[in-house]
Structure formats: structure tokens, C-alpha cells
Design a protein around this ligand. Structure first.
Ligand SMILES: [Zn+2]
Ligand SMILES: [Zn+2]
Length: 452
């Protein structure tokens, strides 16, 4: 993250402790302070997605239009190790289709990708070109044929922004997904949001080293810029980085709690952690050591757009602007969702109150989760065997005293007041229904951030 907001700064600016707010030494009444506070709104977003600029299936226009027409207010098209600039090129993440005669592209700009005669991820096929033409017309696509190969121009960010952004309605934030890898096959991906330049892939011996070096490199490369750093999908594909890594790196403030519903189902070990446990392990430690808590994002990280979006985030801000929404995320004023919405989340420094925005018949349940001060911080290490698509790993397992249910309320509105022995509290809203599997792909839920 660029600009940092502490929880305390946020409470000051949000008016959540309005009664105690002071301006110029004058104590304001709650009413006067509330009147000075602009009304805030919830904005639905997805900060992690792919299109043909790297390895997503649709062309960028088609992908962006999907979000715009499905109720999202802002997105970041975050392709792998590439920014959608207008520099002429023919290669990117996982492809190199330099033409035999580059002269045909004299004076051209942007990335050109060849239409593949065969299907298969992540190739650009005629079907993807056709679906875009069908939606936006023939002029939306530019092609150049060299010999037997037809190239399609990928539309750069600035042109996409011009075409799709609408003040107050839909916002595009520039950014990309940075990839790093270890010799044993572990992968670390992070997003840099609100930047327009990439830096080279960083390889290192361990995921922790990649995270640490990538974070530091971002600070150097984007010095003075207001950007957001997110640590992506710790469970893709297989325990890539661990709670211990984010405990060792308190500068990392945002991670993907729910990445398109990956909950270790892919290659998970029966004893291994799930994302919520990961989150609580890090936050128990951070809270116990007076560090800022780790915030959890929901993103869909879509490549194929056939299956529905399985996770997103909703951010509360005074207006739909990049500065506003990034400040709100940094301050933790957002929730992650895979189906439910909060009408309100309020923390006054002691009590967390939440209200579900009921859009369909319930019943609903609100759980308050957290960790007590006398929790057992110890862990034990287990070996996880090599599998068909994964190297052997060691993972740490943590005690059941981390991430416990503090209270459960059947209903759509509830509050929880921190007790002297609580380290932090977070709320989770779920829809209660018969026959739903306990995984979060099938159970509609929403997660507030942790508070203390
Ligand atoms: Zn990734
Ligand atoms: Zn991704």
C-alpha cells in the first residue's frame, strides 16, 4: 500500500467516534460532526481478473463489459506481469507470437495476438473475436494479417478507460498481477493496484523471500504513488505461502481471503488450513503484538468467464474515485462476499454492529469470530507428500484456540462488544439453508474485516 491509514486514523475520519471528535481543539457534537461527514455508499468491486492481455479467455472489452453490466462499480484488469500500455509488442505471459514480418506493424501500437486455429487455454480463438464483434461491432476490433496469420490488437488501458469508465457509475483502476516462483514450484502472486508499469519477475528460494522482495521492489518502483499491494491466493495451488510468512511480514496488510472460492479444495491436505484459519492465525499474532490487522479481500481472479463469479468485495466510500476507494480499502472499510451483503458495519472502538442487507428470504445467521488473549500460539509441522501437480511441502498446523466462535445470533442484525480477553473480533454473515455443503462456494456468506 502507498498511503497507510491506521485503524485509529480511519475511525477519526469516518466519524465512527463522532461524539469524541475534535476539530481545532473544539469538541463537536455528534450531530454537527455527522452533518460534516459526506454520506458514504457501498461500491461492489473486483480487483483481480484476466483477459487476453495475458491468459484470460475473452478480449478485454468483453471482460470489462461483463463486470459493468453485472452490477460492479469498479474493477482492476490485473493481467499477469503486463500492463495494458500502448507499447508495440507480440509477447506476454505464456505466449510469443512475433510475426515473420514486423514491418506490417509499422506505426502501430499495443500488443498484437495471433488468432489460434486450435482451442485451448489461453489461446485467442476466433470465437473470442466473434463474441466481441457481436457485442461491440466490427470496428471494435483491429486486425492485421501477415501470411496465414491474423493478428488482433489488444486495446490498451487508456482506450478501455475512455470507452467504459463513467463518472459515478463505473471506474477502471490500472494495475497488474506480479508473479514470482521458487525452484520447488511454489508460486507467489501479488497484485499492484493503481500502477501503470511492471517490474521483472522475481524468483527466490522461498515464498517469504519473494513476498518480501516484491513488496520492497514495489515501494521503490512506485515511490510517491498511491497504490495497493495485495498478497494473492495463498491456497493456489497448494499452500504456496503460509500464515508464518505474513506473520513475518507485517507490512503486508491485504490478502485474498476468498479467491474465486479456493478453499484448499484443489490439492488440500485434510489437516491443512482453510483461508479463514489462515487469516485468524495471522491476526491473532498481529493483535497480540499490537500490529495492524490483516485485511481480507474477495476477488474472482477470472480467466474463463463461463462459470459465475464466486467472490467479490464491497467498499464503502464517499464517492466512486480511485483515491476514495483505495483509502477505504487501506482503512478496512470493506467486506468480502460470495453472495450476501451488509447494509451496515459499524465499529465504535469496542462494539462491532452489523446488519445484513436482506435481498432474498432467509433465514440468516451472524457469527462473531476472534481469538482470545490466552490462545495457544504454538504450531506443529507436518510433511505433505509430493503429488501429481505439486512438490512436497511442509506446512504448519495451529491450535483450535485460534479463530473461535465468540457469539452466534440467528437473525439479520447483531452486535458484539469486545471483552477484556478478546484480541479482535470479525463478523461473518451466512444464509442458513438445508442441504448446503459447509464450503464457501455453496454457502452464501459475507465477511467483515477484523476489529480491535
Ligand atoms: Zn495468481
Ligand atoms: Zn490472477
Amino acid at each position: 500500500m502507498g498511503k497507510r491509514f491506521s485503524r485509529r486514523d480511519f475511525l477519526k475520519t469516518s466519524g465512527a467516534i463522532a461524539a469524541a471528535a475534535c476539530v481545532g481543539g473544539q469538541r463537536l457534537s455528534a450531530a454537527a460532526n455527522a452533518a460534516a461527514e459526506p454520506k458514504k455508499h457501498w461500491f461492489k468491486c473486483n480487483l483481480h481478473m484476466h483477459n487476453q492481455w495475458s491468459d484470460g479467455e475473452p478480449l478485454p472489452e468483453w471482460a470489462i463489459d461483463w463486470y459493468k453490466s453485472h452490477g460492479y462499480h469498479f474493477i482492476c484488469p490485473s493481467d499477469h506481469n503486463i500492463f495494458q500500455s500502448d507499447r508495440l509488442r507480440f509477447d506476454g505471459f505464456g505466449f510469443d507470437n512475433t510475426p515473420s514480418d514486423v514491418a506490417a506493424f509499422k506505426g502501430e501500437t499495443s500488443l498484437w495476438k495471433v488468432i489460434s486455429p486450435t482451442r485451448g487455454w489461453p489461446k485467442l480463438t476466433q470465437a473470442h473475436v466473434d463474441e466481441t464483434i457481436e457485442k461491440f461491432g466490427k470496428d471494435s476490433i483491429r486486425t492485421i494479417t501477415v501470411g496465414t496469420q491474423t493478428y488482433v490488437r489488444m486495446t490498451p488501458f487508456a482506450e478501455l478507460e475512455k470507452r467504459f469508465a463513467e463518472p459515478g457509475k463505473f471506474l477502471l483502476i490500472p494495475g497488474y498481477e506480479q508473479t514470482g516462483g521458487c525452484p520447488n514450484g511454489q508460486q507467489v502472486h501479488v497484485n499492484f493496484i493503481n500502477v501503470r508499469e511492471v517490474f521483472p519477475y522475481l524468483a527466490a528460494e522461498t515464498p517469504r523471500e519473494i513476498l518480501q522482495r516484491t513488496y520492497a521492489k514495489g515501494q521503490e518502483a512506485y515511490a510517491g504513488q498511491n497504490y495497493l499491494f495485495t498478497a494473492n491466493h495463498p491456497l493456489w495451488r497448494y499452500y504456496d505461502y503460509s500464515p508464518a510468512d505474513l506473520i513475518a511480514l507485517p507490512q503486508i496488510r491485504v490478502f485474498e481471503l476468498n479467491n474465486n472460492a479456493i478453499a484448499s479444495g484443489l490439492d488440500g491436505h485434510p489437516e491443512g488450513w482453510k483461508p479463514e484459519k489462515f487469516w485468524d492465525v495471522v491476526n491473532a499474532y498481529r493483535a497480540a503484538h499490537d500490529q495492524p490487522l490483516l485485511l481480507g479481500l474477495g476477488t474472482d481472479d477470472r480467466h474463463s468467464y463461463v462459470a459465475p463469479a464466486k467472490a467479490w468485495s464491497v467498499v464503502r466510500a464517499a464517492k466512486l474515485g480511485t483515491e476514495d476507494v483505495l483509502a477505504a480499502i487501506s482503512a478496512g472499510d470493506f467486506y468480502a462476499s460470495n453472495g450476501l451483503d451488509f447494509a451496515d458495519i459499524h465499529f465504535d472502538g469496542k462494539t462491532l454492529s452489523v446488519k445484513i442487507d436482506v435481498r432474498e428470504e432467509g433465514p440468516y445467521r451472524i457469527q462473531f469470530l476472534g481469538t482470545k488473549k490466552d490462545y495457544d500460539p504454538s504450531s506443529r509441522t507436518i510433511d505433505v507428500a509430493k503429488g501429481p501437480r505439486r512438490p512436497a511441502r511442509k506446512i504448519d498446523l495451529y491450535s483450535d484456540s485460534i479463530g473461535v466462535v465468540l457469539d452466534t445470533v440467528e437473525g439479520v442484525e447483531a452486535s458484539y462488544t469486545l471483552k477484556a480477553d478478546d484480541l479482535y473480533v470479525r463478523a461473518k454473515a451466512v444464509k442458513v439453508a438445508e442441504g448446503l455443503k459447509p464450503d464457501w462456494e455453496s454457502q452464501p456468506a459475507a465477511w467483515t474485516q477484523p476489529y480491535n
